[in-house]
Write a protein that binds this ligand. Structure first.
Ligand code: OAD
Length: 235
């Protein structure tokens, strides 16, 4: 059975009402990422950083998975053990659509991390600067999010899955943030097919063997139907 690695980005959750980062009106057009998404920014103004992620957590909790999340969960369930789902997204919409094993390489909004002892736990809806870590008691709690300058999570597992895959698919990601942006080259290097599914093709022509254009809520279910058999190839 074909081994598939899928990398998702903010575009998969866009139709659930969660903003992307780099599109028009994206989060990074409205916020300074050096203030809210770096260890230095957190050291300078932890309250501002907590406010930013508290707002994003509230948005994510109020959002519902869309047809793209549901289709990917359906694919994973239909091909047990052969579909690795990696996401750059920090929301939990893949899980809430039924995906069983989701690799969150940039962390999770719904988890908290102690900067003092490394303990992790379920984040409350609103995190506060002075909240004590349930493990060590120190008031050094932060969202369990990978910030710029930090190393993404689960890289060994992701690179091993890519090294063994037959098909690599990037869905709803601009391909601007490394190391995720380099996964397509890793996959191509070992001879895997590569597919991009995006609202519009990302700027580097020829980077993927195949591109499917359109909103994820339509293109992803159609592609999953194609993979599972019976449907004509998506144009
Ligand atoms: P970006 O905002 O960079 O890119 C979103 C992509 O989704 C773009 O290529 C859009 O064309 C596409 N898109 C938008 N709406 C879509 C739709 N309805 N259907 C399909 N595609 C759609 O977001 P990411 O690539 O996920 O990292 O950003 C990568 C990382 O940069 C994020 O994980 C975050 C950010 O800084 C951290 O915070 C560490």
């Amino acid at each position: 059975m074909k081994r598939i690695v899928i990398l998702t980005g903010a575009g998969v959750s866009a139709e659930s009402g969660l903003g992307t980062f780099r599109d028009k009106d994206g989060l990074w057009t409205r916020y300074d990422l050096s203030q809210v998404a770096t260890p230095d920014g957190f050291a300078r103004n932890p309250a501002l950083v907590h406010d930013f992620y508290n707002a994003r957590r509230a948005n994510a909790m109020d959002a519902m998975p869309n047809a793209a999340h549901a289709a990917l969960a359906r694919l994973q369930a239909a091909r047990p053990g052969s579909v690795t789902l990696v996401t750059q997204n920090v929301d939990d919409l893949h899980e809430r659509a039924g995906a069983q094993d989701v690799i969150h390489m940039h962390g999770q909004l719904m988890r908290a991390l102690c900067a003092a002892c490394g303990h992790r736990w379920d984040a409350p809806r609103v995190m506060a600067v002075d909240a004590a870590c349930p493990g060590c008691g120190k008031p050094r709690t932060r969202p369990d999010i990978v910030w710029f300058g930090e190393i993404p999570y689960h890289m060994d597992r992701i690179l091993a899955a890519i090294a063994a895959c037959d098909l690599f698919v990037a869905i709803g990601t601009s391909g601007e943030v490394y190391p995720a942006a380099g996964f397509v080259e890793e996959a191509a290097m070992i001879g895997a097919e590569t597919l991009e599914i995006n609202l519009e093709p990302t700027p580097v022509p020829g980077r993927f063997d195949r591109v499917i254009e359109g909103p994820a809520s339509e293109t992803v279910p159609a592609w999953v139907d194609e993979v599972l058999g019976g449907a004509a190839p998506v144009a």
